[in-house]
Design a protein around this ligand. Sequence first.
Ligand SMILES: Cc1ncc(COP(=O)(O)O)c(C=O)c1O
Length: 458
Amino acid sequence: MPKYVPEPFRIKVIEPIQLIPRQERIKVVQEAKFNVFNIRSENIYIDLMTDSGTSAMSNAQWAAMMLGDEAYAGARSYFRLKEVMDDVFGFKYFVPTHQGRAAENILSKIMIKPGQFIPSNMHFDTTEGNIRAQGGIPVNLVIAEAYIPSKSVDFKGNMNIDKLRNFITEKGVENIPLGLLTITNNAGGGQPVSLENIKQVSDTYKEFGIPFFLDACRFAENAYFIKLREPGYENMSILEISRKIFALSDGATMSAKKDGIVNIGGFLAMNDESLFKKVKNELIIREGFPTYGGLAGRDLDAMAVGFREVLEESYLEYRIGQTNYLGESLREIGIPIIEPPGAHAIYIDAKSLLPHIPQNEFPAQSLTIALYIEGGIRGVEIGTSAFGYVDTETGKEVMPELDLVRLAIPRRVYTQSHIDYIVEVFKKVKENPQALSGYRMTYQAPLMRHFTAEFEPV
Ligand SMILES: Cc1ncc(COP(=O)(O)O)c(C=O)c1O
């Protein structure tokens, strides 16, 4: 039996959820055109679509919201957030943004010209979308093991440094306006990056004079894995490790909806003053004045408290423990997951669970639908629908190597019995996987198609 780390909190406010009858679930999913993004939340029992913005805030965060200063400029809330930003992240400048992709949008607009390349370990879909929207080309240079779901590696989110060097040399520094690194690597299983690797990435970008930005959505979870797994850091606090990480970069984009433990918020931070000036101008056009950046003052206060709470080790032990419990329980009943379990989510290897469904018939989409019909669980396809696309020159579907269903776990929301229920639903699906059919995509948008795609069973 895997171990469940008890919650370091107790429940004070509850939100009712219900499991609607199976016949209704079938009707709901048909009406949703077999895309779980189209299902109303009231028809979901356990919602594992994302850990982003879905977390439960603490009493301290709610209390801080009452102190929110809603002044348009120079609000106290901004300065309370700035104090935490300076202490934890240590960048010279930052602007709040309403979420991560707003920061990505501004950074991409300022830095990327059409035809330029942006390397990373692996880009998340919004990052990829924002780069492509500027005519840029996102490139994934994660280590090869990241593409072998069953292989357990401590830091499976690491960048392949040789590949990075060769890539820069081949394409030319002038064609690479910035380099990124995603911590943890969401698109590749929520896998962490070691401090040693972050340092090597940083050194490489520095050597070539390429600005280095972190996509830091889950920095505290990444730092906790460093403490657990990387020799030399076992006695350091999460705050100290986090500071070391950020000191190696020139800036960061952040969706605080993850490791800020808030329902909305983010930031774009940097050390370069001239970049900061451009960012402020873009921010004013798109998000708002630089001391609120598209958020209410109270949101800034909730973020400031969240950035402290996320560094608490009792919280991180429970957080990583809960995800690990789900991963180990699924493994025990023979469900192929990306190994080892990540920090914020468990990823099911759908190609391996459903080998009878060809990849161009979306096996992960099929499993996502089955989980909803069997148990009212909403996971998300993060494979052929999310990362595949139609090549405009050949008209052919380009498919990613991995075809996954992601079960993302909201922070401080579900209990052990919910997790046990999820495992029971998987047991039912596992009894007869052959009963699952493939799907055909009947509608797709040109960018980020999975959000609005429509399907029908083959
Ligand atoms: C790694 C990563 N980067 C960027 C984003 C975008 O953040 P947001 O949803 O707040 O725009 C996400 C969100 O899921 C993410 O996981």
